[in-house]
Design a protein around this ligand. Sequence first.
Ligand code: CO
Length: 210
Amino acid sequence: MTTIEACFAANKRWAEEAILKDPQYFKRLENLQEPDMLWIGCSDSRLPPNEIIGKAPGEVFVHRNVANLVEHTDVNCLSVLQYAVDVLKVKHVVVVGHYGCGGVRAAMQAKPLGLIDNWLRHIRDVHLWNRDELASIPDFNARVDRLAELNVEAQVANVCHTTILQDAWRRGQKVAVHGWIYALADGFLRDLGMNVESAEQIPPEYRLFY
Ligand code: CO
């Protein structure tokens, strides 16, 4: 059971222990925000980004939302992406999905949840684009997991189609976009094999520059 008092008590212990271990810990952290990676992941509470990839605080810039979506009109996500690429000059943008994603699962069911159904609509689009492949998978959970992978691929494409990435590549800035998926069952990350490093890799229909 979470109580607010318990959070503050735990925080006090944590901060005191951190200082005991390393007296300069917070001093250093204060002056350090030089991440070379932007992580765009799911809000899922079981997914702590830094821990999974062995990064210390200050090393990963993070944006999270339900089902790790990158929508071309989402000012929140786009602002994070723009700041990460233009100001922090991250070298890698990673979209990280996970198997067993509740958002993906909800987008495969005819069961209304409220406002969030509008957000999850984007996953239904990905489902429709891949309906034949998904229909050939008999097990529902396996179908959810496959759609979670396809969703990551679609969001990687969305990152690459933004003005932000296309402008950066046009300027000659080195920044690569990747798609990963995380398995809660064993803790392992899987690389979906998408490495997009230039505008030549995106379909001409989405290109803003030739
Ligand atoms: Co999720």
